[in-house]
Design a protein around this ligand. Structure first.
Ligand code: PEP
Ligand code: MG
Length: 897
């Protein structure tokens, strides 16, 4: 077998090799092959990383491969790594398949040592630059490779700055930086017991291994969990010839977007920092200037950058973000990728690209996600309300967040754990703030641009963020901020942060529906361009998707909303709530009935009430299929709480009274008590042991339908039997139901064609679906119960009890109650569908568990061939969009509906 290749020169890769070369490596290769100015380099694959992480050492052939590619790099640059006279320096950069901004490590200036720093100074004729580069190497290497606290280095740098009476790095000259290097080397010696490594190759190997290790750093693991990125992908490592943005004022470094990642508007967006290296920009350490200013500073580089940005957008057919460096007037591209963007920008850009003829509508549907649509449906601040504006920053990530101001991540996490909503306020964030950012409702920073750490990470998470609100003075040590009007906000004071406009308010500002929800509700008149983009994409989604989308709705009000949101029917009407409130008394009578007569009286009292319920529901859903599920929960849920009842009985006894009804209730509660009610007397079992109960519901449905037919309406009820495990259960209930339907048809003279189907929510039902389909006229997977019974997880208990441990140790990446467990529960869905259709080829199959509105699960249900998904009304647009995306990606865009 040929040996695995672990290292690829940039000229050997391309953008489609992200799995192997990571996003950064693949795109550097792509840009190299496009003939763009990329410094030469090579990428070590994610496969090498996974070997390293699994075995604790790199593959045996890696060293030789690196040497071969390093030789080629040295020849290309005409320099040797760390040469004392004219050193080649390299950067060692992380880059996973999915972007994880700032979560892993990078080491710059590898190859510098006590001798080569002098060579670099001579070659560049710039001593300051050489010593600045060396101190950066020691600092980054110390932190990343040797795990020395960053603070030690920062304190040493501060001390030299203090001695010089400045707080600006740029005021330090070569001698000062020499002192910084000496201090840094002392720190390394003190912490490691050894000198800073002088061998350039030793530096390189250690830096590569450190980048591999950073895949499993706490913050990277946390970020992956948050973003649902699999933990076993590993990172690639790109080794790139250094180009220097810190060579003087004709050098610099920047980031740019081809369109505004916040709003999607076309134009030039980005930040530039003169005389600096890349990490200064992303870390938000020094204040940048807008990219437009580069035109004045260095027109040649600016024009070339604009040209390259146009090339990249044309090539990737999407918004690109770019990192670049200008080295003494020469522009170099250090990174590009299809950029992260806000939800609004995603919809606007997709629609713009269709207008520009760059992509078609199928592709536009692929460019947005259901989660982004959810973001757009969040409420927004009511700007007509009376508000106290504290200040304004950049709209880094949209949304309306309200919470108590906290000034450090630890407090954000602590307070949010105790149920408080918090806003994390920082001067700027760094990767160590990730925990606090996740815990917070929103993030506010007083420094840093749209590309600062806070902005990039918040946008990626879809979390509200305002950054660079410079008019707010943030004092994190003393935990308060001061607004320009003198208002002080202390820890615990409530503030409102509007990520869409960048405004920050004191107190809680009321919220209103988003324009996108108003659009779905059909109440917007003036359509802004965002609503137009959503409309266009959703219209295409509806004409593209194969699966239908229904809603889970129990009331006419919910059903109407679901219909407005695009539901094509009700997939699940849970009838339980129809037996609560005042109607409980009738159920109690039913349970306590001592003979047929008493039972029939209780049922008779319920009949008109149920008929009214179904009349309303079927009216709301006129013309659309409406699946009504017969009563499901355990009977004891309709009886009073045992503790309250016991107290009542005891009090009555103490007064010498005796309430016969309460005593009978007590007996019933005891009789019906179950150790595992979720596995007990519920669903079809209830229908079988309480004579007349399901008949009552079937009659109410049939009579309501007949009444509406008489009125010329088009009711389409479907009757669904819950918790069926064997075909016999269904056959008995179905025979009774058919009898009732025939009776009602006869009595009313209306022809009733009402399907009788079943839920598939027990493993036995899925495994015997061929038999069940002999009786069932449709299937609907109840994946909530199916997950419960497949895993043996109690729906009510396990999430609080031990899911956090399961998530931590990686047994699953996300709760199986949220996203379908494809291998287990999903397999039962697949088997159930196949077996059901083997018996009844035209069997209609849907799903009505919570998974029906979960994007990943929707894709799975599409793949298995279900006819529809059913979810809560608010998720209906998400399911419509995701069903279309699933169709497009599965069938290459063909319209099979
Ligand atoms: C299910 O079990 O998935 C389902 C839809 O029914 P319920 O949640 O009402 O048990
Ligand atoms: Mg169920």
């Amino acid at each position: 077998m040929p040996e695995t290749k672990y290292v690829y020169d940039f000229a050997e890769g391309n953008k489609d090799l992200k799995d192997l070369l990571g996003g950064k490596g693949a795109n550097l290769a792509e840009m190299t092959n496009l003939g763009l100015p990329v410094p030469p380099g090579f990428t070590i694959t994610t496969e090498a990383c996974t070997v390293f992480l699994e075995t604790g050492s790199t593959p045996s052939s890696l060293d030789d491969e690196v040497t071969t590619h390093l030789d080629a790099l040295e020849s290309a640059r005409g320099k040797r790594l760390g040469d004392p006279d004219d050193p080649l320096l390299v950067s060692v950069r992380s880059g996973a398949k999915f972007s994880m901004p700032g979560m892993m490590e990078t080491v710059l200036n590898v190859g510098l040592n006590d001798r080569s720093v002098e060579g670099l100074a001579r070659q560049a004729d710039n001593e300051r630059f050489a010593w600045d580069s060396y101190r950066r190497l020691i600092q980054m290497f110390g932190k990343t490779v040797q795990h020395i606290e960053g603070e030690a280095f920062e304190d040493a740098l501060d001390e030299v700055k203090r001695a010089k009476d400045t707080d600006n790095d740029l005021d330090l000259d070569a001698d000062d930086l020499r002192k910084v290097v000496d201090a840094y080397k002392g720190i390394v010696r003190e912490h490691t017991g050894a000198d800073f490594p002088q061998d350039p190759r030793e530096q390189l190997t250690a830096a590569i291994n450190a980048v591999f290790n950073s895949w499993n750093s706490d913050r990277a693991v946390l970020y992956r969990r948050q973003e649902r990125i699999p933990g076993d992908l590993g990172t690639a490592v790109s080794v790139v010839a250094m180009v220097f943005g810190n060579l003087g004022m004709d050098s610099g470094t920047g980031v740019a977007f081809t369109r505004d990642p916040g709003t999607g508007e076309q134009g030039v967006y980005g930040d530039y920092l003169q005389n600096a290296q890349g990490e200064d920009v992303v870390a938000g350490i020094r204040n940048t200037v807008p990219l437009q200013d580069l035109e004045k500073l260095d027109k040649t580089s600016y024009d070339r950058l604009m040209e390259i940005m146009a090339t990249l957008e044309g090539h990737y057919k999407d918004l690109c973000d770019i990192e670049f460096t200008v080295e003494a007037g020469q522009l170099w591209m250090l990174q590009t990728r299809v950029g992260k963007r806000t939800a609004a920008a995603a919809f606007r850009i997709a629609s713009q690209l269709v207008d520009e003829g760059v992509i078609d509508l199928d592709e536009a549907v692929q460019r947005v996600t259901g989660e982004q649509l959810v973001q757009l449906m969040f409420p927004q601040f009511d700007t007509t309300a009376k508000v106290h504006q504290l200040g304004r920053g950049m709209s880094a990530s949209p949304g309306a967040a309200v919470g108590k101001a906290v000034f450090d991540s630890y407090t954000a996490v602590k307070w949010s754990r105790s149920g408080e909503k918090v806003i994390l306020v920082r001067r700027e964030t760094n990767p160590d703030d990730l925990n606090g950012m996740i815990a917070a409702q929103g993030i506010l920073t007083s420094r840093g641009g749209k590309t600062s750490h806070a902005a990039v990470v918040a946008r990626g998470m879809g979390k509200t963020c305002v950054c660079g609100a410079e008019e707010l003075q943030v004092n994190t040590k003393r935990r308060y901020l001061t607004a320009p009007d003198g208002t002080e906000v202390h820890e615990g004071d409530v503030i409102s942060v509007d990520g869409t406009t960048g405004r920050v308010y004191l107190g809680e500002v009321p919220v209103v529906d988003s324009p996108v929800v108003s659009y779905f509700e059909g109440v917007v008149e003036e359509q802004d361009d965002l609503v137009q983009a959503v409309h266009r994409i959703m219209t295409h989604a509806d004409s593209t998707r194969r699966m239908g989308v229904r809603a889970n709705a129990d009331t006419a009000e919910d059903a109407e909303r679901a219909r407005r949101f695009g539901a094509e029917g009700i997939g699940l009407c849970r009838t339980e709530h129809m037996f609560l409130g005042e109607r409980r008394q009738h159920v109690e009578r039913l349970i306590l009935a001592e003979d047929d007569e008493q039972r029939d009286q209780a049922l008779e009292a319920l009949l008109p009430l149920q008929r009214w319920d179904f009349l309303q529901l079927l009216t709301a859903m006129d013309g659309l299929p409406t699946t009504i599920r017969l009563l499901d929960p355990p009977l004891h849920e309709f009886l009073p709480n045992i503790t309250e009842l016991s107290v009542r009985v005891a009090l009555a006894e103490s007064r010498g009274e005796k309430n016969e009804n309460d005593l009978r209730l007590m007996q019933a509660v005891h009789r019906l008590h179950e150790a595992n009610p979720m596995l007990g007397l519920r669903g079809v079992r209830l229908g079988l042991v309480v004579p007349g109960l399901f008949d009552l519901q079937v009659r109410a449905i049939a009579e309501a339908a007949a009444q509406l037919l008489k009125l010329g309406k088009d009711p389409k009820p479907e009757i669904m039997i819950p918790l069926v495990g064997s075909v016999q259960e269904l056959e008995i209930i179905q025979a009774d139901a058919k009898k009732v339907l025939a009776e009602v048809a006869e009595q009313t003279g209306e022809e009733l064609s009402i399907l009788i189907g079943t839920m598939i929510e027990l493993p036995r039902a899925a495994l015997t679906a061929d038999q069940i389909a002999e009786a069932a006229q449709f299937f609907s997977f109840g994946t909530n119960d199916l997950t419960q019974t497949t895993w043996g997880f109690s729906r009510d208990d396990v999430e609080a009890a031990f899911f956090s441990t399961y998530l931590e140790v990686g047994i699953f990446g996300v709760s199986p109650f949220e996203t379908i467990d494809v291998d287990g529960v999903g397999e039962l869905v697949r088997i159930g569908t196949e077996k059901g259709r083997a018996t009844r080829p035209d069997l209609k199959v849907g799903v009505c568990g919570e998974h029906g509105g979960d994007p990943d699960s929707v894709h799975f249900f599409n793949e298995v061939g279900l006819d529809y998904v059913s979810c809560s009304p608010f998720r209906v647009p998400v399911a419509r969009l995701e069903a279309a995306r699933a169709t497009v990606s599965q069938e290459g865009g063909s319209d099979s509906r």
